[in-house]
Design a protein around this ligand. Structure first.
Ligand code: PLP
Length: 391
């Protein structure tokens, strides 16, 4: 169901498989294992001669439905679901790399991904070079003969820097390495990295794919030969997605297109409004013409997304005042929810990196990150205005 339907249709319909009861909604198959008709069938299933379910660490009908729907949305040949976004990243590296090989990653990636690459994988002989630039030539310069993966997130967190996926895909092709894109912020509704030449797309389904803050989940999408390697790691090592979580995310996907459109439109309105507030120094949002890569973002993405970062006049004290004056917006580090969230990155998500590294990355004490949800924009403005008015 990949090419003949539009995104909105795929989000609701792709991947549905019905049981003998012909249920209308996607069924939740809470079963850890599956029975066989005979000893011969069991043997055929285990040897791979016959398709079908064996054990839910390998595959499960509900998880399969999610995988098929997400693959259709990303325009991918295959998709494998994982227990979390981090499990998707770990499984990709473990499946496709070995000791002695090398990763080139953007400096501005999710904190846990940074720690996985820079800390944990280093113990197993996999080195990472972090590139502190959005420039494709800087990534080309970091490639080594041992490089296997080029890893980016676009737009980045929290400054919404935009990386040119097509240009980096070209660098990856020339260098004989794989381009992996964490598509968490845009989702396939706003950006399809595989269409632009990326080899694999990673998701934290915990964020917009569920979209309502209920479950953890992740996924890897791309060519079947690559995804199959990840599947083989997963079925052996175990960070597979639970059928219950898969079912929740599957139902979340049904509203993903309308949520992304609505949350992006609200984010653009708030970004414009914030830019006009005298207490705000600067707004970081790819949908604003003032964003340094606005043209690239508008070429690569269907909209600016729902993350808006802004710098208030002053420092930590002033930023915290805005946070503490909210009555509606949730003070939490999570994002991708229908409920708007507000974070002070320097003291939370990016609190563990040194002040010097933070300053170099442009994450000041006066920076706040807003993940815009589905509340009325007028109410969100009122909630932010209260704190801003005190500055
Ligand atoms: C949250 C997040 C992850 C990790 O996902 P989990 O589901 O929390 O493991 C990876 N990448 C990005 C961009 C994220 O925001």
């Amino acid at each position: 169901m990949d090419n003949e339907f539009e995104t909105g249709t795929l989000a609701v319909r792709a991947g549905i498989r019905r049981s003998q009861f012909n249920e209308h909604a996607e069924a939740l198959y809470l079963s850890s294992s599956f029975v066989f008709d005979s000893a011969a069938q069991a043997a055929a299933r285990f040897s791979g001669e016959e398709g079908g379910f064996i054990y839910s660490r390998f595959s499960n009908p509900t998880v399969d439905m999610l995988q098929e729907r997400l693959a259709a949305l990303e325009g991918a040949e295959a998709c494998i679901a994982t227990a979390s976004g981090m499990a998707a990243i770990l499984a990709t590296v473990m499946a496709l790399m070995k000791a002695g090989e090398h990763i080139v990653a953007a400096q501005s990636i999710f904190g846990a991904t940074q720690q996985l690459f820079g800390g944990i994988l280093a113990k197993f002989g996999i080195d990472t070079t972090f590139v502190a630039s959005v420039d494709a030539t800087a990534f080309r310069a970091a490639l080594r003969p041992q490089t296997k993966l080029l890893f980016i997130e676009t737009p980045s967190n929290p400054l919404t820097e935009v990386f040119d996926i097509a240009a980096l895909a070209q660098v990856a092709r020339e260098g004989g390495v794989l381009l992996v894109v964490d598509n968490c912020f845009c989702t396939p509704v706003l950006q399809r990295p595989l269409d632009l030449g990326a080899d694999l797309v990673i998701h934290s389904a915990t964020k917009y794919l569920d979209g309502q803050g209920r479950v953890l989940g992740g996924a890897v999408c791309g060519r079947a030969v690559l995804v199959d390697e990840v599947f083989r790691f997963l079925r052996t090592a175990g960070p597979s997605l639970s059928p219950f979580n898969a079912w929740v995310i599957l139902k979340g996907l049904e509203t993903l297109p309308i949520r992304m459109q609505a949350q992006s439109a609200a984010a653009l309105e708030l970004a414009r409004w914030l830019e006009a507030q005298p207490q705000v120094l600067r707004v970081h949002y790819p949908g604003l013409p003032s964003h340094p890569q606005h043209a690239l973002a508008m070429r690569q993405q269907k909209a600016g997304g729902a993350i808006v970062s802004f710098e208030v006049k002053g420092g930590r004290e002033q930023a915290w005042q805005v946070v503490d004056a909210t009555r509606l917006i949730s003070i939490t580090a999570n994002l991708g929810d229908t409920k708007t969230t507000l974070t002070h990155p320097a003291s939370t998500t990016h609190g563990r990196i040194s002040a010097a590294a933070r300053a170099a990355a442009g994450i000041g004490e006066n920076l706040l990150r807003l993940a815009v949800g589905l509340e009325a924009v007028a109410d969100l403005k009122e909630d932010l205005k209260r704190g801003l008015a005190r500055l």
